[in-house]
Design a protein around this ligand. Structure first.
Ligand SMILES: *[C@@H]1O[C@H](CO)[C@@H](O)[C@H](O)[C@H]1NC(C)=O
Length: 485
């Protein structure tokens, strides 16, 4: 009797649980098939593109800040030149000449990312860094009584300055990042070491002298008791020092127009030259005019002892204050030409270092002609057409779909559907978009247009002709105000 009632009881509990589970499954599948309330366009707050497609609180790749391009998580590989991004991740020397907005920056970032830091010393030379050297160059010209307001002083920038820029970047980056743990100090002769130290003291572009002291004391195997220090007290009065040698160094360094001249660094060099007994040899020597030889020597030093090949990557210089605008086109051309001059390229071809240039293609600027061996130093372009742009847009939409919120109303459709490309008038406008950057600007303008229309159209967030037309016009206006700034 007892046993039976227990059985009955447990079986009825079992039934209840079973029914409850079935009900829950039915209810939840009913609920999940129900569109979320956010899809109701009669509610004003739902008229939001990002909300609708479930990318709220995420980066919309189309409208992301172009300055953050290096952090982009969506990278469409097929349009990036495979000659630059090699499957074996090796560096190469080339010039990319591409129009504005074609994705140069993205390509540069991917290229740098693809290179192994164990094999290469990666040296990125961007707008800000170049400005420092150009400013000093102009300053020196003004000191030489040139009127750089009236005439364009930067047209005199030559391969000499360019080589100095490379060497200075190399020295600075090396000093700020070398890894002594891998070495006991290279087995170079003292002569060779002093020569390298001299180059470093002249060309270093960083702040202060502490990094230099650290390096030279390690390099010369100095212990705590004998280490060199550019202490103002020791050098300032110059009483016990070789005044003649100091003057010689000052005169020599001053001949360089673009270097960051620092008297404390010369003071450090002076005490090293004295301490190591190099006064006479140093006074018979000068560095001015030796930049090509020194660049080769320093690169070889890094290659041999640190097992890394320098890769110079130059990008973003078209935004430079000295180069922007039509009136500065000649300066820009001089700079670009200096970077591919015969002496520079002969060092590249001798494999002393890699030179990877990312320059904008600007009408009236002629850089290509300087390069005589285009087989050894190729010129790449990045080209887009409507098909590749639509593929790119589809790729971005599909990538964004992967991370979209579950609460979205809809999955992103293909780009052609999103902008109703089947409407010929829409297609005509879309076909005029030349580059990814222009596409981004267009979409940034299209989103508010679609937000405004969300409650008036049959299919919310699929663009009408008016949406596309307005967005295209507005994207041009916003572009023009930006470039006029
Ligand atoms: C797309 O364009 C076609 C042709 O003009 C039109 O019939 C259709 O309604 C449009 N679709 C949307 C979602 O606006």
């Amino acid at each position: 009797m007892n046993e039976l009632s227990i059985f009955n009881l447990s079986s009825s509990i079992g039934k209840i649980i079973f029914i409850a589970i079935v009900l829950l499954i039915i209810l939840s599948s009913y609920l999940s098939n129900q569109p979320p309330s956010s899809c109701d366009m009669t509610i004003a707050t739902n008229r939001n593109f990002h909300n609708y497609y479930g990318i709220i609180g995420m980066t919309n790749h189309f409208t992301a800040d172009p300055a953050q391009e290096c952090q982009a998580s969506i990278i469409y590989q097929p349009t990036l030149p495979q000659m630059i991004l090699k499957p074996d991740h090796s560096a190469s020397s080339f010039m990319t000449l591409a129009e504005y907005g074609t994705g140069k920056t993205l390509l540069r970032c991917e290229y740098l990312r693809s290179l192994s830091s164990n094999e290469y010393l990666k040296l990125t030379i961007l707008d800000k860094l170049v400005t420092q050297y150009l400013d000093r160059f102009i300053q020196k010209m003004i000191e030489g009584k040139k009127d750089c307001q009236k005439e364009n002083c930067l047209v005199d920038w030559s391969e000499n300055e360019f080589a100095q820029l490379l060497l200075s970047t190399l020295v600075t980056n090396f000093i700020d990042s070398y890894d002594t743990h891998k070495h006991n100090g290279p087995d170079l002769s003292l002569d060779e070491k002093i020569n390298l130290i001299t180059i470093i003291c002249y060309y270093y572009n960083g702040l202060g002298t502490s990094q230099l002291e650290k390096f030279v004391n390690w390099f010369l195997n100095k212990d705590l008791w004998s280490h060199y220090k550019a202490d103002g007290e020791h050098v300032q009065p110059y009483k016990h020092h070789n005044q003649q040698l100091l003057n010689h160094l000052i005169v020599d360094l001053n001949k360089f127009s673009i270097l960051n001249k620092n008297s404390e660094r010369l003071g450090l060099l002076l005490i090293i030259l004295e301490g190591e007994g190099f006064q006479n040899r140093a006074i018979a020597k000068h560095l001015y005019g030796e930049h090509f030889k020194d660049l080769v020597e320093f690169s070889s030093f890094i290659k041999t002892y640190f097992k890394k090949t320098p890769v110079f990557v130059i990008d973003g210089i078209d935004q430079n204050v000295h180069f922007v605008g039509n009136e500065n086109r000649d300066s820009f051309e001089s700079f670009c030409r200096s970077s591919v001059s015969p002496s520079i390229l002969s060092m590249v071809m001798a494999n002393h270092f890699y030179l990877s240039l990312f320059y904008p293609k600007i009408d009236g600027v002629n850089i290509k002609d300087v390069i005589t061996r285009k087989d050894k130093f190729p010129i790449h372009t990045i080209s887009w057409n409507t098909k590749s742009l639509i593929n790119y847009a589809d790729y971005v939409l599909q990538e964004m779909n992967k991370n979209a919120k579950k609460t979205r109303c809809k999955v992103f459709p293909d780009f052609k559907i999103l902008v109703n490309y089947s409407d010929e008038r829409n297609a005509e406008i879309i076909n005029k978009i030349p580059t990814p950057r222009a596409l981004h600007r267009f979409i940034a303008e299209l989103i508010p247009e679609m937000n405004n229309d969300a409650n008036n159209v049959v299919e919310p967030f699929e663009a009408t002709f008016e949406n596309v037309d307005n967005a295209y016009k507005n994207s041009f206006e916003s572009f023009e105000t930006k470039t006029n700034e």
